[in-house]
Design a protein around this ligand. Structure first.
Ligand code: ADP
Ligand code: MG
Length: 475
């Protein structure tokens, strides 16, 4: 039997407001435990929450960016449950009237096609605190600094059909919230995490299978692994004649397995009701318009511009615009150098490779956009060969200064054509057999000659020039 996977994601993204969603306490990460939870975050008797307008603006920005309906009259509700890191006994969230309604976002598939994924809704809510199990033997520590931090929960339609697609969608949303500057998207710190709903059905069947929800996965790699594992598990369950039960499961990255947390029968009734302490949130047309005016250039528009105005391929433009900081870096370097394609090659190739290897972000790159452009200008005017360019890049990376300084200090200069010609003449004279082979039509021998000349010139010759001269002389 052939199976089809169905996936819907619920992404929790922490909004980058300075203070909490209903209080003035700081949201800064990493403070001493319980120093940033005020009376409102704890829900002490008699306190009143005050809605942080910045969180609203950020949610609306997101809604506008995915072409969604913005709800004019949204309502905060209490979701009641008990948890040690939720001292109020309820979480303030949105239920029937979320701030952001239906929208959509395009993702690029591996086969080069584009797919539109539906976003069902996005609602505002507060985060809970954190339970720390590792620090105290046999006890649990509670840190309430995170309590009351604003979250935007982005719920997708069950539109994804593979773990890869789910990850691509999640990356797309991640890129978008960072472009919009509504979240830092820091996954290590838990600012961007997801619940993956997974089911399988026989290929061709209309009806969805029963789903399991994989809770709180906080890396792209783990989302892919967890979904693939869960799909295999469900297929095995069904093929052995049993049924998948609707349940919440936990992905254990260390053991690389998913485990049941609670089943649907144990599922809680949250007794949602409108929070009597908070007024409905009214949004006017004028407010939406003014937020629309604040939107930056979005990834899709930037990608189209890079293709059209800078002549980049669809592939290069997609890579360069996936991350806002990378896109800015590239654009700066391309403008300075005046050679967009060559700059794209260097940013995607050597620079990204080096950043990856040293686990650095583009912001932390020791080679600035300006420095890279300086080197590219010299390369494009043939003042250095591509081999020398690599040497210059390494030296810039190691802090030896800008390209011109390094070129001068190291005396880098391509061999002049007189020198190159002399080398070529010698090599032709010393290799009569290969010359004969070439003349007999064995074109491959050209590679041998170029290699010999490059070696003899110690990499100082320009390969294009060598090729040209060799072709002339071997005629
Ligand atoms: P709940 O209210 O229990 O959270 P929802 O209907 O809101 O359930 O769905 C939550 C998420 O689960 C959504 O992202 C949705 O796309 C996804 N989903 C719903 N049904 C399925 C299914 N059969 N298989 C996979 N994902 C599903
Ligand atoms: Mg849910």
């Amino acid at each position: 039997m052939e199976w089809e996977t169905v996936i819907g994601l619920e992404i929790h993204t922490q909004l980058a407001t300075k203070s909490k969603i209903f209080s003035g306490a700081s949201t800064a990460y990493g403070a001493v435990p319980n120093t940033q939870a005020c009376a409102v975050d704890l829900g002490l008797p008699g306190v009143l929450p005050v809605f942080n307008k910045e969180a609203l603006t950020m949610a609306i920005k997101f809604g506008l960016a995915i072409g969604a309906e913005i709800t004019r009259h949204s309502i905060f509700a209490r979701k009641n449950y008990f948890y040690p890191d939720l001292p109020k006994g309820y979480q303030i969230s949105q239920m029937d009237h979320p701030i952001v309604g239906k929208g959509e976002i395009d993702i690029e598939l591996e086969n080069g096609k584009t797919k539109t994924v539906g976003v069902t809704r996005a609602h505002l809510e507060e985060d809970a605190g954190k339970s720390l199990h590792e620090a105290y033997d046999g006890m649990t520590g509670i840190d309430l600094n995170r309590a009351g931090t604003p979250l935007l929960e982005i719920v997708s339609e069950p539109d994804m059909r593979s773990a890869k697609e789910a990850v691509t969608y999640m990356k797309k949303i991640h890129s978008l919230v960072r472009y919009l500057e509504i979240s830092d998207g820091n996954m290590q710190e838990g600012s961007f995490r997801c619940d993956a709903n997974v089911s399988v059905r026989p290929k061709g069947q209309q009806e969805f299978g029963t789903r399991a929800e994989l809770k709180n996965i906080n890396s792209f790699k783990n989302v892919e692994k967890a979904i693939n594992l869960e799909v295999l598990r469900q297929i095995e369950v069904i093929e052995s004649g049993e049924q998948v039960v609707q349940e919440t499961r936990l992905y254990d990255a260390d053991k690389n397995e998913t485990r049941s947390m609670r089943s649907k029968e144990e599922a809680m009734d949250y007794r949602y009701f409108p929070d009597p302490d908070l007024l409905p949130v009214e949004v006017t047309e004028a407010e939406i318009k003014s937020i629309q005016d604040l939107l930056p250039e979005l990834p899709a528009a930037k990608q189209a511009r890079f293709e059209k105005d800078m002549g980049l391929s669809n592939y290069d433009a997609a890579i360069l615009t996936a991350d806002k900081d990378l896109a800015n870096f590239f654009e700066q370097a391309a403008q300075k150098s005046g050679h967009a394609k060559l700059t794209a090659n260097w940013v995607i190739g050597d620079l990204s490779g080096r950043l990856n290897k040293e686990d650095k972000t583009i912001i932390e790159s020791p080679v600035s956009a300006e420095m890279l452009a300086g080197m590219i200008i010299r390369l494009a005017e043939n003042a250095i060969t591509s081999k020398m360019a690599k040497e210059v890049f390494d030296a810039m990376w190691n802090g030896e200064g800008d390209a011109d300084t390094i070129i001068e200090k190291r005396g880098l200069k391509p061999a002049d054509s007189g020198e190159v010609e002399k080398i070529i003449d010698e090599i032709i004279a010393n290799n009569p057999d290969q010359v004969e082979q070439f003349k007999a039509g064995k074109g491959k021998v050209m590679g041998f000659f170029v290699g010999q000349v490059m070696k003899a010139s110690k990499g100082k010759a320009d390969p294009a020039q060598v090729n040209k001269l060799l072709t002339e002389k071997l005629k």
